[in-house]
Design a protein. Structure first.
Length: 422
């Protein structure tokens, strides 16, 4: 098939998919996930500026992510039981009010441990819209015989690209608003967006497709298979990369006297990822998941190594743009694998856990990179100051290396499972 014919086929697949949900769902589900990316970056910039401490900023942003990692599976379990509508509406309103409270407390110049608690409270309730949208897609593409795998793969590719696009738009919006006004205004904007679009997502008619089942308990552990647990480890490491890249980029931007560029630069990471995410739907099903996790993880490691050698915003922009092409393929594969090995009645809790460990990894990566960045500002080698951003990016590369190891373990498990089922 020629490239042009393949592009037409891909466009037709997405056109057919969107006809099932309608454009309102597409728009609302996309905008509804942006506040989570904005809140993390906005908290990092807002607290760092208020305290002049990367450790404080990274820890507060990490606290928001950790709390989200704890709260989201609980909310996911509730959606399995009582449906998405009431859960998402409550999450959206409470998290929005929590972000507004965080802005107020920051302006009051309270100590950063108090700000970390406030960030955690807001993060606990922030909804995982992208993950919940994936569960709705599974119902939208299903009939009496089950989900249409081709359409479901296209849907998951779209949602993966949507997640990556939110990682572009969220930090970019924070960067622009911070440069024009300040980080407090950026976090306030995130609060308004989650209240409006999160609630709208909860009220959308597709919520009737995921009404829940009260006959299923909220137990989490019994729903997690070995392969799903390994996928969560992979997602955790991807989150570590996100958090450390965000911190390293913030440090380099501040060192260059361009604080407001941090969000825009981090957003560059998602440009290639969005393109890769949309086009991955064209990969034939014969290219099995075990092969994908191996190739995609190695690609991500190779593309992350140049971060250790950047010392200017120009080179950083180029490296981040290229590195992005390695992220979405691995993330989409992780979600696709989990969907295939998890019982449909437990998808809410397991899929939100998968998304949540990404946030947990972000927290670990952000806080670890922040501490190393503070150390690097004064540490010397041969009489020269190391600088804060290179140690921060070392966390990114370490995460990528560990992801390769996990991917090879996952691949072996997938091959074994396929042989058992055949």
């Amino acid at each position: 098939m020629s490239a042009r014919a393949q592009a037409r086929s891909l466009a037709a697949a997405y056109r057919d998919l969107f006809a099932l949900s309608g454009w309102v769902f597409i728009v609302v589900a996309f905008i509804g996930r942006v506040p989570l990316a904005m809140a993390q970056m906005g908290t990092l910039l807002m607290v760092t500026a208020a305290t002049d401490s990367y450790t404080a900023g990274g820890t507060c942003a990490g606290a928001l992510a950790v709390a989200n990692a704890i709260g989201s599976p609980i909310a996911g379990g509730l959606t399995d039981r009582i449906g998405q509508k009431p859960v998402v509406i409550v999450q959206s309103i409470v998290s929005g009010l929590g972000l507004l409270a965080l802005v107020f407390l920051t302006n009051a110049s309270l100590s950063w441990p108090i700000l970390a608690l406030a960030a955690a409270a807001a993060g606990f309730f922030l909804p995982q819209i992208g993950t919940l949208a994936r569960i709705r897609w599974r119902e939208l593409v299903s009939d009496e015989s089950g989900p249409n795998r081709e359409r479901l793969n296209t849907a998951f590719s779209w949602e993966g690209a949507g997640d990556e696009a939110s990682f572009v738009l969220g930090p970019a919006t924070v960067g622009i608003l911070t440069a024009i006004i300040n980080a407090q205004f950026a976090v306030t904007t995130a609060a308004v967006l989650v209240i409006v679009f999160g609630t709208w997502f909860g009220l959308h008619p597709t919520s009737r497709l995921v009404a829940g089942s009260r006959t299923h308990a909220l137990r989490i552990g019994s729903a997690i298979t070995t392969i799903a647990a390994l996928m969560m480890a992979s997602q955790f490491l991807v989150g570590t990369m996100f958090g450390s890249v965000q911190t390293g980029t913030t440090v380099l931007a501040r060192a260059a006297g361009q604080d407001g560029m941090a969000g825009l630069l981090h957003g560059v990471l998602g440009i290639g990822s969005v393109v890769a995410g949309i086009t991955i739907a064209a990969i034939p099903a014969t290219y099995t998941f075990d092969r994908r996790v191996r190739v995609f993880s190695i690609s991500l490691l190779v593309l992350s190594i140049p971060l250790l050698f950047v010392h200017s915003l120009g080179w950083l922009t180029l490296v981040l743009a290229i590195m992005g092409f390695g992220i979405a393929p691995l993330m989409i594969t992780n979600f696709s694998v989990v969907e295939t090995v998890t019982p449909p009645t437990r998808l809410g809790v397991v899929m939100t856990m998968l998304a949540s460990v990404t946030g947990l990894g972000y927290a670990v990566g952000s806080s670890t990179a922040g501490r190393l960045a503070d150390w690097g500002r004064t540490a010397t080698i041969n009489g020269e100051v190391i600088g804060g951003y290179t140690p921060a990016y070392a966390v990114t590369v370490t995460g990528a290396l560990l992801a390769v190891i996990v991917a090879h373990i996952v691949a072996a498990q997938l091959v074994r499972r396929r042989s058992e089922l055949s």
